[in-house]
Structure formats: structure tokens, C-alpha cells
Design a protein around this ligand. Structure first.
Ligand code: PHE
Length: 446
């Protein structure tokens, strides 16, 4: 496979594309509910620490490999390994990444389908004047309706694979880039509203006053996994985007910008959601339904509530759309590398993801009690193991490749930074990120 000559049209375009991949369900849906399940502040602080110590340096490593290889992820790994006189079997890391994103996309598409359903409901004004308990009841009814859920899952997957198949993702990135600031603004409005609710004070102390006595190895594993998940790091998905990175751009600066944006979106969503949780006497550890139950209530208390809520779900849908395109891309690129036409590759992947997603849909009704592994049903398994185990393992190997396998000069060129900065990053990767990931993973296993 030859070097690609394609580049993002500007530095800004690259940052926005990576932000599009990073900001999604992870920030607005997953972050609040797993923080809720893990007791709040201590988890939140660990997550931020993991983003800074692991997520960020590994993100640079991942993009750097793509940028130095200028090929699809698997091909870049094989090419760079060959250049360094190492085994081309590093190629398999790209395949592992493709498997990881397959698992993630399967449940991601289902949950994004929930956003479609809630968008339609809020346009129809169905949440007006409802209490949290009432919204909760209709959400449960929706989960118990596999047909409706399958319909939404199918729709979302067609939206995603359609874009990936036609290769017009850049166009969508642009649209997203226009609308992302709007999503941010809406979250600010929501957080502003949260300040006026009776739950705000408790939400703040719950989110920011840590009690580290409750931290177990499993909490560490979850916080670490979420740091990778939210930044879209560890599945070689960003590697694909790095291949198109302009020559004259500082990679560390771009990565820091993305991480800051990503964390702040999560914090804003957390403040908005937990204020409502406490104001309404809800349970923060309510699970995957948390956002879907709290935000309709929060918005319905604002003037023009339905309008705001519809806009919010529309923007959330766009944010998840750009993330899922990034999730699908490495799989399609890998199959393309094996000689399959893009359209066929997208159809094949789409069909397989649909099937796995269908099993996730049924996990809320027909097969909710079927224990696949470790007492988890299909949905629980897919939404837990790939983000919390596969991404850190992938991230570990990516970090190892960039810090120990790649020739130093190639890595420094691709990072686009001076000697001191480069050494700082590399030593951080070698002596902090890699050992820390290993320790947390092993302690979780034990
Ligand atoms: N970062 C995305 C989100 O927060 C999910 C994602 C994970 C995307 C891994 C790509 C790769 O929603």
C-alpha cells in the first residue's frame, strides 16, 4: 500500500475532525452514568488524571504513527515496523483495533438510536410537563420495545455506513464543525440553568469533593477505560485520521486542544445532569438511562423547552454520527486494504455490526437475563469490555510501538516538536503511561 497524498484542508480542519471523533456519547451519556455508578468525585478526578497522564500522550502516539506511516492503520504499523527492522506482525495491532471498534460501534449505534427516538418524541412535545419519574417510565417502555429500538438502530447504522461508503465524511465533518460550537453553547445554557436548581450545590460537592476510600481496582479500570474511550484513543481509529495530517502542524498542541474540549464537554454535561438528579431526588447510579431521563426534565423547565430539547438531541445525534463514522472507518479501510471495494466493505461491516447491535437491542427485553460472560448480558458486555479492556490494551501497544519500536527520528519528525519536548513526551510514555496502564489492567484482572 502506497503513501497517501491526501491532507486535511487546514490545521483547524484536523483539530475539528479529531474533536468530532472524540466528542460523542462518551461525554454526554457515558461519562455521567458511570461517574454516577462509581460514586462521583473520586472517579471524576481519576478520569481527568488518566486523560492527562495516559489518554493525551497515547493520543499523540497514535496520531503520530498514522502521520509517519501515511497509510491505513495496519499498513502504517507494518511499514514503520519494517523501516525499523522489526517484525511486520505489528500489522495485527491494526486488526485488533478494527475488532475493538466493531464491538464499540455495535452498542454505540443502539444508544445513538435512542437519541433519534428522543429527538422525535421531543419534537412531538411528549416531554412537556412530565416529571422525571414519568419520563423514566416511558423510557423503560421504549427499552422493552425491541421493534422500535431495532428501527432506530437500523436507521442510525444506515446513516453511518452511508457516509462511510460514499467517502464523504469530510463533508460531514465540516457540518459537524459548524454545529459543534452550538452543542457547546447549549450545554452552557443547561449548566446555567442547573445553577438555578436546588440540586446544584449537592451536584457540585458530589462531583468535586472526593472520597478516595471507595476506590477499588475496578473503579481504576473503569476510569482508565473511559479516558481512552472519550478521547477515541486505543483502537487505531485516530491513526487513520493522522495519516492526513498537514506537515506544518504541531501535533501536541492539537491533541491538548482536543482533550481540553473533550473534558469540558463532559463536565458541563455532568453539572447539568447531576443538578437535576439531586433536585428531583433521583438516583445518580441509575445507569445507562441517566441522561435520557434527566435532560428532558431539565429542558422542560426552560422557556421553549421542547424546542431546546429537540435542538439538543439533534446536536447530540450529529456528535455521535461523527464519532461513529470514525469508529467504522478503520474496519472499512482494513477490508479495502485486502482488496474489497469501499461500498462492499461498508455493506459487509454494516451487516455484521447490525447483527451484533440487534443482540444489544434484545438485551433490554428478550435476552436481558442471558448471562454471556461475568454475569453480563450482551449489551452490558459490549459496553464494558471493549472500552475498559480492549482500548487500554490497544493503547498500551500503540504507546509501546511509538516509544520503543519506531526509530527516534521518525517519531520526532511526526510529532513536530523540538528535542526537549519530544524527549519529555517519550519519557512520559515510557516510564509513566505504559507502566501505569499495565498496573491498572493487571490489578483489575486480579
Ligand atoms: N470518543 C467517542 C465518544 O466519546 C467514542 C469513540 C471511541 C470513538 C473509540 C472512536 C474510537 O463518544
Amino acid at each position: 500500500m502506497n503513501e497517501t497524498l491526501e491532507r486535511w484542508s487546514s490545521r483547524r480542519a484536523f483539530i475539528l475532525a479529531v474533536t468530532g471523533a472524540a466528542v460523542g456519547l462518551g461525554n454526554i451519556w457515558r461519562f455521567p452514568y458511570i461517574t454516577g455508578e462509581n460514586g462521583g468525585a473520586a472517579f471524576l478526578l481519576l478520569y481527568v488524571a488518566f486523560v492527562l497522564l495516559l489518554g493525551l500522550p497515547v493520543m499523540m502516539a497514535e496520531i503520530l504513527i498514522g502521520r509517519a506511516g501515511r497509510r491505513s492503520p495496519a499498513a502504517s504499523l507494518a511499514y514503520l515496523a519494517g523501516q525499523a527492522g522489526r517484525s511486520k506482525q505489528w500489522w495485527w495491532l491494526g486488526v485488533f483495533g478494527a475488532f475493538t471498534v466493531f464491538c464499540i460501534l455495535s452498542f454505540y449505534s443502539v444508544v445513538s438510536g435512542w437519541s433519534i427516538e428522543f429527538l422525535v418524541s421531543s419534537i412531538n412535545g411528549e416531554f412537556v410537563g412530565k416529571t422525571a419519574a414519568e419520563v423514566g417510565t416511558s423510557f423503560d417502555a421504549f427499552l422493552a420495545n425491541p421493534r422500535l429500538m431495532t428501527f432506530n438502530h437500523t436507521l442510525f447504522l444506515i446513516m453511518t455506513m452511508g457516509v462511510v461508503a460514499s467517502g464523504v465524511s469530510r463533508g460531514l465533518e465540516r457540518l459537524n464543525n459548524l454545529l459543534m460550537p452550538l452543542l457547546y453553547l447549549l450545554l452552557l445554557v443547561l449548566a446555567g440553568y442547573a445553577v438555578t436548581t436546588s440540586g446544584f450545590g449537592r451536584a457540585l460537592s458530589w462531583m468535586f469533593r472526593p472520597d478516595f476510600s471507595a476506590v477499588t481496582p475496578m473503579v481504576l479500570v473503569q476510569a482508565m477505560g473511559h479516558a481512552f474511550f472519550t478521547l477515541a484513543v486505543g483502537a487505531c481509529a485516530l491513526m487513520a485520521y493522522g495519516a492526513y495530517m498537514p506537515e506544518n502542524q504541531s501535533l501536541p498542541r492539537a491533541a491538548v486542544a482536543v482533550a481540553v474540549l473533550d473534558i469540558s464537554v463532559a463536565l458541563l454535561a455532568g453539572i447539568a445532569i447531576f443538578s437535576v438528579v439531586f433536585a428531583q431526588g433521583l438516583d445518580p447510579s441509575e445507569g445507562p438511562g441517566l441522561m435520557f431521563v434527566t435532560l428532558p426534565v431539565a429542558f422542560s423547565n426552560l422557556p421553549f423547552g421542547s424546542l431546546w430539547l429537540s435542538l439538543f438531541f439533534l446536536l447530540l445525534l450529529l456528535a455521535t454520527w461523527t464519532s461513529s463514522i470514525n469508529l467504522a472507518e478503520p474496519m472499512v479501510a482494513t477490508l479495502q486494504g485486502w482488496g474489497l471495494r469501499r461500498g462492499y466493505a461498508a455493506t459487509l461491516i454494516g451487516t455484521l455490526v447490525w447483527l451484533a447491535g440487534f443482540a444489544c437491542v434484545l438485551s433490554f427485553s428478550t435476552i436481558s437475563e442471558v448471562d454471556i460472560l461475568f454475569g453480563m448480558n450482551v449489551f452490558a458486555l459490549f459496553s464494558t469490555i471493549p472500552p475498559e479492556v480492549f482500548l487500554p490494551v490497544g493503547g498500551l501497544l500503540i504507546a509501546f510501538f511509538a516509544a520503543w519500536v519506531m526509530p527516534e527520528s521518525a517519531a520526532q519528525d511526526a510529532l513536530g516538536i523540538g528535542k526537549t519536548g519530544f524527549q519529555l513526551w517519550r519519557q512520559l510514555l515510557r516510564w509513566v503511561s505504559i507502566p501505569l496502564t499495565l498496573v491498572v489492567l493487571v490489578s483489575g484482572l486480579l
